[in-house]
Ligand binder design. Sequence first.
Ligand code: ASP
Length: 586
Amino acid sequence: MYRTHSCGELRLQHRGQQVTLAGWVQRIRNLGGMTFIDLRDRYGITQLTIDENTPDDVRKTAATLGRECVLQATGTVLERRSKNPKIPTGDVELALARITLLNAAETPPFTIEDDSDGGEELRARFRYLDLRRNPLQKAITLRHRMAQEVRSYLDSQQFLEIETPFIIKSTPEGARDFVVPSRMNPGEFYALPQSPQTFKQLLMVAGYDRYFQIVRCFRDEDLRADRQPEFTQIDCEMAFVEREDILQTFEGLAKHLFKSVLGVAWTDNFPRMSYADAMACYGSDKPDIRFDMRLNELTATVKGKNFTPFDTAEYTGGICVQGCADFTRKQLDELAEWVKRPQIGAKGLVYIRWTNDGIKSSIDKYYTSDELSAIAAQCRAAPGDLILLLSGDKKKTRERLGALRIEMGNRLGMRPNNVFAPLWVYDFPLLEWDDATQRFYAMHHPFTAPKPEDLPKFYSANRDDIAQVNANAYDFVLNGVEIGGGSIRIHDASVQQRMFEVLGFSESEANYKFGFIINAFRYGAPPHGGVAFGFDRWCALFGGQETIRDYIAFPKNNTGRDVMLDAPSKIDDAQMTELCLKSEIK
Ligand code: ASP
């Protein structure tokens, strides 16, 4: 036996036992006549002790050891003289009788400790060493737990886990596809799936009723912060369901994960909010409802006082930041700069401070104190509060106020990562008009069903009518992060064809790209719908982290590269020829 116990296992109850451990050398401390070696494996750290009673050969081997050597160590479990209450094995130590150096190690390029001294790039290059660190082991273990619990819950609800192919047909709509050249079909390409969307719908047509898969998806997007070109979804689909069935089933999944992974029992129903309300009240389709600070529309209230920005604006709105009336001029100027950053894009920021000396604002010249009080009342402000106002185009200004709200929430510590606020957002618009390409795009994807009451508008010849159609779609939001999204699908071939028409596809184009699904709908497609959750992000949120990278064993960096493998990379000329590829870049 290589080992009798793990490095995280020994306690006082093992006192006097002869045991064998195996692991990596975390640290060696020489204190006069004594040497202490911290031996680490994925379960913990145990202290090995060498003193005047230790056999000579053991001492000799120990003297040659360095960090990250792989050791097998046998000895007797003793009670420690000076205990370490910080670790579970801190009451005991192992008096070494025998050690075997299983493998030597070069000095690692960074310290394998909770707070490593290695920079991100270096740690990414040596990912297998970074993965030895405790925070990463915890993250990967949490991910495993989540996956197991997802499977156990969905299995208990009669879902079948079914794999779908990874090399499929390229049908870019939304993100760009990663493509794979086909050697056997010269000049032709497969694509990697952006999601198994069409396959899971075909499984419903095939009668499989409840499907799920914890599945890799691939999207060749320009990488925004914390996106990965390949990521994992919990992908699900159900037949013979309405929206309510889906929300309840997956609220059940979320509650099961809260309970089994975090030990949080959730009895209340998750709140729900329409897309229209989310935009009006939070300036976001994924509101963080851990804190209130809602948007208040002031458009009519503030007009007609000769303050041009408000007089000419389609929308003016304000948020009330409680207890912040004492913000200094400097802090307010800095906030004004913040909203003008290109990512936010506001022209300026108006503030109203309700201090002990009354109401003061940056627009005192235009508004009497009664008028300012009316604005404050509309924003549900109280003495001591600060009100921040933005104005302009309705959609953009709401989004800017929403971003400012989040920023204030961050600054004021209102977004603690151990508090969870789940939310369903529903009734999204079906389509978005794009001026540049002069066409509609599906807000979710082209298989999402219009709300039945909006079908007449969907068939209207008028663009404005079509733009108003709502989708039977919903998102699952956790702490201001979109964790999941789905919809009731179109299951009628003619409605699906109309959808492609609205999206500007000619009939032959639609048939070339999506003929298989339109055909399938002709053979008895049941009403169906589903949802997919971003598994990496859900794990990160449950782990209390912002970044998903720690929850993926081998992630790409923020330019989409695997710096450990040094991929992507060139392939040799013979391979290029075989695949009928020619590169312009040498
Ligand atoms: N396939 C969709 C996505 O990846 C999710 C869904 O509609 O089920 O966003």
